[in-house]
Design a binder for this molecule. Structure first.
Ligand code: KIV
Length: 255
């Protein structure tokens, strides 16, 4: 197994929480790596916070490859997980071929959205020797069918369905599972039931780790911040201020 993945793989047994952040470019990856972030995720959220699409369903395989290469160049230590974009894993064969392309671009593991519905793809990817992180709960690539970003696992039946999904992706060979917008009681039960680490986003504090979009943490996308994100910086405001001061400096005839 790739030694860069060791801290993620052993975190649960060691009782250590995993801190994961997204990165989409070289300087951000390098800064987050230097800051000690455990895992970098080249999420297809890049479509929204970097490329300006309305949701992640517009992101292409070529775009994911381009950004994965940049992040891989920036990370000396932290493992890089790259998202398989929508329709790049519709069949197990296609999933393996595209997972290979992301690995050749420098990823240490790949991620796809789906539980029981995608067990065949997960098993095929892991059988081919590529480490895979699953993603259950709210699935952004299905946002149009879902009619928005809604909390999952609110009823006992829905929570049981999520647990079934989580157990299925573990059985299919996933090394970890991201749980997005899962009700805290459900994510806690899933975390207790799995051997692999659970990484939550908007899913309560009891997961084995947390992941956030870097733009939400750093205040770099000030036009929208999810309620659970709790920004720790205002980088967007700093850039606006610096740009306004520069405009003032140039307009006033200074170099
Ligand atoms: O695309 C992404 O950034 C993600 C995280 C939100 C988990 O999948």
């Amino acid at each position: 197994m790739n030694p860069r993945l060791e801290p993620l793989l052993t975190a649960k047994a060691r009782g250590c929480k995993v801190a994961m952040l997204t990165a989409y470019d070289y300087p951000t990856a390098r800064l987050l790596d230097e800051a000690g972030v455990d895992v970098l995720l080249v999420g297809d959220s890049l479509g929204m916070v970097v490329l300006g699409y309305p949701d992640t369903t517009f992101v292409t395989m070529e775009e994911m490859l381009h950004h994965t290469r940049a992040v891989a160049r920036g990370s000396q230590r932290a493992p890089v997980i790259a998202d398989l974009p929508i329709h790049s894993y519709d069949t197990p064969e296609q999933a393996v071929a595209n997972a290979r392309r992301l690995m050749e671009a420098g990823a240490d593991a790949v991620k796809l959205e789906g539980g029981i519905s995608h067990s065949a793809q997960i098993a095929a990817i892991t059988r081919s020797g590529i480490p895979l992180v699953a993603h259950i709960g709210m699935l952004p690539q299905s946002v149009r069918e879902e009619g928005g970003y809604k909390i999952k696992g609110k009823t006992p039946e829905a929570a049981q369905q999520l647990l079934n999904d989580a157990l299925a992706v573990e059985a299919a060979g996933a090394i970890a599972v991201v749980m997005e917008l899962v009700k805290a009681e459900a994510s806690q039960a899933i975390t207790a039931a799995l051997r692999i680490p659970t990484i939550g986003i908007g899913s309560g504090a009891e997961c084995d780790g947390q992941v956030l979009v870097i733009h939400d943490l750093a205040g770099l996308f000030p036009w929208f911040t999810p309620r659970f994100a709790k920004p720790l910086a205002a980088a967007g405001a700093s850039i606006r201020e610096a740009a306004a001061a520069y405009v003032e400096r140039v307009h006033s005839g200074k170099a």
